[in-house]
Every structure is written in structure tokens, then in C-alpha cells.
Design a protein around this ligand. Sequence first.
Ligand SMILES: [Zn+2]
Length: 415
Amino acid sequence: MASMFRHPASVALLVLLGGLVLAGVLLVPWDVHPPSAAAQADAVAGLPAETVAAGKEFAAATRPGSYIAMGLSLAVALLLGLTPLGARIIEWCGRPFGGHWLAEAVLGGVAVVLAAQLVTLPLSAWRHTILVRFGLSTQTWGAWAADLAKSYGVTVVTAAIMLAGLYGLMRLSPRLWWLWASAAAGVLVVVMSAVYPVVVEPLFNRFTPMADGPLRTELIEMAERDGLPVTDVLVADASRRTTAVNAYVSGLGPTRRIVVYDTLLEAPREQVVSVVAHELGHAKHGDVWVGTSIGALAVAAAACGIAVLAGAGGLLRRAGVDDITSPRSAGLILAAVAVVGLLAGPVQNVISRQIEMRADQHALELTGDPQTFIEMQTGLATTNLSDVDPPTVLHWLFGSHPTTAQRIAMAKEYA
Ligand SMILES: [Zn+2]
């Protein structure tokens, strides 16, 4: 194991990890804090009992499936990466093509990636039945399957490009591939962040500019008042699949857009304004940039991490491959990505929660209307069947947003 740290990539890995810590310290708003437990309990007490009960019931119904899916896909990734099984599947996929590296990398690699996802298919179907039972999904099985097929399609295309790129670089530059891969992966994250809203999102939703009217005018005026003129507010036809309400901002520069679910437009106007004020907070603080730069550093570090991993002969032997530069190592790389991804989840979530709290504060300051903010949070929790006050450990591990209790308590403090 000691020899793996002699690889020059381990120096680059340390530098990038240092950069990640620095970005985390400098870019994440650590100065916003959730309200006290007492204030949160008070916020829960002020919510309709049915809202609280329905959220708990829905969480109890869906949580087991989510945890089983997470565990199962990790187990399969480890099985494919830490035994020769993955390497054998990849070899088998390349055989009709005379074992050509590109066939092994793309077909074999994608097969291994898909295997780890497809095992969770029955759990996704189970989840769909729960969403329908709770009235949260409006999708038929056909529409559900079409969405699933599209998201597998996105996975296949992304994985194929990344695998062909990675193993192509390894062949072109057997000694310094990790340097190029690291730079390319970082750049790819930035490009994806910019093109995702215009390339991937339209696969799932249709976007139309919000119709002229008092709401649109009020939103555009508010954005101007905020010093952040927007050219457009788009409406997504989310009602085709869900009753959940949401809004978000995505993209960078010219692709940046504020998107409002059509389901949200049934809410009173002030509440839509409050939601968009939160999204403007994200735009104003450049939160997409924060996420993108941290993401770019993380994948660049991951590419160096793979090279460091390659120095661990024991792992390669376990995976049944002689060399990391053989596409048969894709299973081992997938296993490493799965483990690191699982460990990085809580870190990603704490960063996300800080950013979300800052956007909430921005919404409160911009609208000066905590009462509507509270009504909107109550409405969101009721419609989306949110667990308003989940167990602390679960919230810490899996919560990407402050809880409803925290958000309402924050608005009460502001008032
Ligand atoms: Zn947000």
C-alpha cells in the first residue's frame, strides 16, 4: 500500500484536496445557522397536525426502499470491482470486437455501470407505487418507464463518453494520463453545468416563457430591484408527472434561467413571489458557480485518485486486472467512485443546506414578508408530503435543504 503514495498523482491529489477544503471554507456561507431546537419545536407545533402526520407517514413508506437501493447498488459495485466478475463481464462484451480496447471500455464499462443501477429497478417501481398511492405522482406506468429509460439513456451516453475519454487518455499518455484526465474532467463539469439546462432538462420537461400578466411583471420587477435583471422566467410542465411544487435556478451565464413548476402557479401570487425570491438568492450569490467549482475540483481529484489507486497492487489483483490502464479495470473504478460518492454525500448535503439557508434569508430580506414565507413553507410541506422535522441523523446525512421546521423558525426569527 505504501508504494501507491509514491505516484506523482498523489501530490496532485493532495493539492486538489487542499483546493477543495479552501473552496469549501471560502465559498460556502458558514455564517448562517439553523434556529435553536426550541424554536424549531415551536414551528412544528404551529403546523397543521395533518401536514406533520402525512409527511411522517410518507417518509416511513419510502425510506426503507431508498436505503435498500443505496445498499444494493453499493454492494453490486463492490462485487463488480473487488472480484474479477466486472473484469470478466467487460472482457466478454469486448470479445465480438476482437477484444478492442474501445469496445471493452464503452460496451463493457457501460454494462458494468448499468448493472449497478439496474439492480435497483424493482425498488424504483416500488417507490412509484408508493408515490401513486400517496397521490404525489400523476404518471402512468408507461410514462414512468419512459422517464426511466431516458434517465438510463443519459447515464449510458455520459458513461460512454467518460470511459472512452479516460481509457483513450490512458493509451495516449500511459504515464501522465491522470493529469489530462483530471483537467478534462474538471472542464467537463463546467461545460455540463452550462449545457445541462438546455440539453438534458428539455428531455424531461417542456419549458414555456411565463405568460404576460401581473405575476410575471411582479417577478421581473423584483429581480430588477434585487439588482439582478432576468430576461425570462420559464414554466416547466411538471404537472404531467407530479403534484409536487418546486422552482429552481440552473445554468451559467447565458444559459442561466429561473424555472417555476406549473404546479406552483396554483399557489397564491405572493407565495410564488416568495419562492422566486429564494431562487434569486441563489442567482445573486452565484450558487451555481459555487457548486460547479467545488464539483470540478472534486472530479479532478477523483481522476488523480484513480491513479493513486492504481498503485495499490492488491486491489488490482482482487479485480483480476494487471493494469489500471486496461478497460477491464472499469469495475474497480466504479467501486471506488461508489464508495467515495457515498462518503461525499453528507459533505455535499451540508454545503447545500448552508447555501439554501442563505437563499431563504435572501428571500426574507427581498420580500420583507415572513408571513407569506411561512404560509409557502407550510403549503410546500403539505403538497410535497415533507417530513417537517426528520430525525437529526437522517437530516444530517441525507438532507439537502433545511427542514420545514428550521425554515419556518428562521422566518419567525426574522419577523
Ligand atoms: Zn434553493
